[in-house]
Design a protein around this ligand. Structure first.
Ligand code: AMP
Ligand code: MG
Length: 511
């Protein structure tokens, strides 16, 4: 490695390439015509130990497009399978190439992957490319999730290829530089269980434990321990999604990370009005991946993981199932506990009381019936505490954020008697167990985002960037979303729900 490369901070150590060959295929990125990096994540670069000041924008564009390999990179495409909308398919990295694993200055290991860097043996009929629009969407959404405090893959750069890709129309092509704890998926285990030997499966379980769950290394039944640990991280992750109204949109088993990060941002979107059956993805006609289905689908996916791991749990399949079943059955129980705790925080409640679950359900049912905005309803509760003695301030506040008044065209529900009655019960519960309003407010403000990526804002930012090459809106939105829990003077417009009812809002996998 030359001294300039050392100064740039590349520090690859590629453990995945030491695994048995059928788990990956060495694959070089296909070079592109004219790469230009349009977004560079300074924060993430610093965390990775990369020094962007040590080189020119042209050189970074070379690295992040796949035209130049960073020193130490050993590019591969990973093999995996997966259940897509319930059906099993062989998949693999068809449009993503893993450059390698970067060891950070504090010793952490992260995959650096180029998404959209050209075809691999797993591409089937695909072109291995990504559209600028899909790349920008993933960049924005993953940054939003990061700042919301939710486990997620990161986006290090977005790089135009200077080439067009053919979708329904011709569109500018781009590459996303994605950073992840790893790209090991539920579907990776399904692939091995279906097509490889038990020895390979065993090797891979050991590898995964060493990489993500080192404390399980001495467990007697490692496969069973791994299943439980992955399940616990998914409970944690899905609870976060539900907290902020995030809908992943395509929770196929190949899109579920063993490390517990949100991964594979495609048709994901945040819910505005609270409707438990909200599904934005155009291809999800059955609403399999709707908001409220996310916990049971996570459990379903984990059952696929269990199925793949069974041969290692016990040589006798019945005995293996008897071991795995209680773990899978624990999901709804653990999720309910985590969800209740999360909702209590959103509502500013200390401790636990018997009526909590009923009160929470009553609020959600009311929101659903009234088309209330999920995010802003919790902010309204915060305003009730913050301005308890100043009703006119609350009214002013509601107008500013589009909860009442002319900003929203639809009827505003907060004057409604059922809600007012609920408010009194909620207010009493806040003060229970001797808690002060100030303490309640502090908890609420740490879990109720003021700013989420509102679909209409996301679409406007993407349209300006992809159609006019104008990144002003995009960068503004990125900045607003980097501080989601604090009030931001002058940025109230980003807290407004869309004026129309969004019934027809659709997202696309637009690969
Ligand atoms: P995803 O939508 O990211 O979950 O991808 C599902 C599968 O389709 C994965 O195996 C991808 O690698 C593959 N795929 C998606 N888009 C493309 C593309 N443009 N070219 C080749 N393979 C693709
Ligand atoms: Mg995927």
């Amino acid at each position: 490695m030359s001294s300039i490369h050392i100064a740039q901070g590349w520090n690859f150590n590629n453990s995945y390439t030491l695994l048995p060959e059928p788990l990956f295929a060495p694959t070089l990125p296909t070079t592109v015509a004219a790469p230009t990096t349009v977004l560079l994540n300074q924060r993430l670069a610093k965390d990775l130990g990369l020094d962007l000041a040590q080189t020119t924008p042209e050189e970074w564009a070379g690295f992040f497009s796949g035209n130049t390999l960073p020193p130490g990179a050993m590019p591969i495409a990973q093999a995996y399978a997966g259940h897509q909308f319930g059906g099993f398919n062989m998949l693999g990295d068809g449009r993503a190439i893993l450059l390698g694993e970067q060891i950070t200055p504090n010793g952490q290991r992260f995959d650096i992957q180029l998404k959209g860097a050209g075809p691999s043996v797993y591409s089937r009929r695909g072109d291995g490319r990504a559209t600028l629009s899909a790349v920008l969407r993933e960049y924005l959404m993953s940054e939003a999730m990061y700042h919301l405090g939710i486990p997620t893959t990161g986006s290090l750069a977005a790089t135009l290829t200077g080439e067009q890709v053919r979708r329904e129309t011709m569109q500018p092509g781009a590459v996303l530089t994605r950073v992840a704890a790893s790209h090991i998926r539920v579907g990776t285990f399904e692939y091995i269980a279906r097509f490889e030997s038990k020895e390979v499966l065993e090797t891979f379980v050991d590898y995964t434990i060493q990489r993500h769950y080192p404390s399980l290394a001495d467990r007697e039944n490692k496969a069973l321990a791994l299943l439980g640990a992955v399940l616990a991280r998914q409970v944690h992750l899905i609870t976060h999604w539900m907290r902020v109204g995030f809908i992943h949109g395509v929770m196929n088993t190949d899109n579920m990370s063993i490390a517990g990060e949100t991964i594979d941002y495609g048709p994901c979107a945040f819910m505005n009005r609270y409707h438990s059956a909200t599904a934005f993805s155009a291809i999800d006609v059955q609403r399999r991946y709707a908001y409220a289905n996310q916990p049971p689908i996570a459990q379903w996916n984990l059952a696929r993981l269990a199925g793949a791991l069974l041969p290692l749990m016990d040589a006798d399949t019945d005995k293996a199932i008897a071991l795995a079943q209680p773990v899978i059955d624990s999901f709804p129980v653990l999720y309910h506990i985590a969800w209740l705790q999360m909702m209590r925080q959103k509502l500013g409640w200390a401790g636990e009381q018997a009526e909590d679950a009923d009160l929470i359900t009553a609020l959600l049912d009311w929101m659903e019936g009234q088309n209330a905005d999920y995010t802003n309803t919790f902010l309204l509760l915060q305003a009730q505490l913050a301005y308890a003695d100043e009703p006119p301030v609350i009214a002013q506040w509601m107008e500013t954020y589009g909860l009442i008044g002319s900003a929203g065209s639809r009827e505003q529900p907060y004057d409604e008697t059922v809600f007012k009655k609920w408010l009194l019960q909620w207010r009493q519960r806040v003060g229970a167990q001797g808690q002060t309003d100030a303490a309640a407010l502090q908890i609420m403000q740490s879990v109720n985002p003021a700013f989420i990526p509102r679909n209409h804002q996301v679409e406007a930012a993407l349209a300006a960037a992809t159609q006019q090459q104008d990144y002003t809106l995009f960068n503004q939105l990125l900045t607003v979303l980097s501080n989601p829990y604090q009030p931001q003077e002058g940025n109230e417009v980003y807290q407004m729900p869309p004026v129309d009812d969004e019934q027809g809002y659709q997202t696309f996998c637009n690969t």
